[in-house]
Design a protein around this ligand. Structure first.
Ligand code: BTN
Length: 324
């Protein structure tokens, strides 16, 4: 363990209590100057460390640092996040970064996370609001042995994994709106953007991007999305440690991903349908050049929405935006 990690551990073991610089210095066998240099770096990494004359240093419990070290500690997965975890203070888009890494051969389970995205991307060319330090902006690289058609289900699978994470950790009861929106009381809490790379007819890799509004305040959202967006904070009235949500999500993601590649996508779809807010409903779907209204008959194993118009015509819809 490096000196800085030891220092961090001492602060964590005494969270919210003052430890004198002299004690830290002696226990670590370093100079006072070295202690203050390490503190400076830890603060730059995002740890909320107070210092006061005659008292020393104190790590505040409010620290919510997203770093490879923090996420790997206590991460209960075998693959997801067990490879590289790449963390950015700021980047264009974690999906874009993950695609570069995947093209360079990054292994399955590589995770890219950012505190802030300058051009976070959503479905259908939209942007994703990514305020610094408030949300989870994360992309995972997977390399499943599935056909491109089968791999289409990964977005649905991810929505189930994210919904289960939120249910077990925050007590929120989200619903899923086809294909990839996580809603609470009809407001959007999270979205998923899956990008596929194929070689001939075989999946090369997929980048699964997840954006979750965690500690975002209603007032933080830009005016155009204010009425339709929400966050875990807004739904629970509490601030949540993003690190723990990331760890739990990676665990759920790995569980459902394994189920899927082992061939039991049916079980995932059953859960998806229970969580879905469109099952059996009358909806309108906006597509690029048209709009269809009808009753939801099904979402099939490839994630295709099957809609029946009142005149009896049945449509198979691959992509679109639902208006409930
Ligand atoms: C949507 O609902 O339209 C999908 C939103 C997906 C946003 C996430 S944030 C992390 C990852 N990087 C991106 O640029 N987009 C996805």
């Amino acid at each position: 363990m490096s000196t800085r990690d030891k220092l961090l551990l001492m602060l964590k073991n005494n969270q919210d209590t003052w430890i004198s610089g002299e004690n830290l210095r002696k226990d670590l066998g370093i100079s006072r100057n070295a202690v203050s240099k390490h503190m400076k770096i830890l603060r730059e990494q995002g740890y909320d460390i107070n210092s006061a004359t005659n008292k020393g240093y104190r790590l505040s419990t409010g620290s919510d640092v997203i770093s490879p070290h923090e996420i790997k500690q206590g991460l209960l997965t075998h693959v997801m996040g067990k490879q590289d975890i790449v963390c950015f203070k700021e980047t264009e888009s974690t999906n874009t970064e993950a695609k570069h890494l995947a093209n360079k051969g990054a292994l399955e389970g590589t995770v890219v996370i950012a505190e802030n995205q300058i051009s976070g991307r959503g479905r259908l060319g939209r942007s994703w609001f990514s305020p610094k330090g408030k949300g989870i902006f994360l992309s995972v690289i997977v390399r499943p042995r599935l056909s491109p058609m089968e791999a289409a289900g990964i977005t649905l699978m991810t929505a189930v994994a994210l919904a289960e994470t939120l249910i077990s950790e925050t007590g929120i009861t989200p619903t899923i709106k086809w294909p990839n929106d996580i809603l609470v009381n009809n407001k959007k809490l999270a979205g998923i953007l899956t990008e596929l790379s194929t070689d001939m007819d075989v999946v090369n890799h997929l980048v699964v991007g997840v954006g979750l509004n965690v500690n975002t305040r209603a007032t933080d959202f830009p005016d155009d999305i204010k009425p339709i967006a929400t966050s875990v904070y807004e739904e629970t009235g509490k601030t949540w440690p993003r690190k723990r949500i990331i760890q739990l999500f990676l665990k759920e993601f790995e569980k459902f991903y394994t189920t899927m590649v082992e061939g039991n996508f049916q079980a995932i779809m059953e859960r998806w349908k229970e969580l879905s807010c469109i099952t059996g409903k009358e909806i309108t779907v906006n597509m690029i050049n048209s709009k269809i209204t009808g009753k939801v008959l099904d979402v099939d194993m490839e994630g295709v929405l099957i809609l029946k118009e009142s005149n009896g015509t049945v449509h198979r819809i691959l992509s679109g935006d639902i208006i409930l």
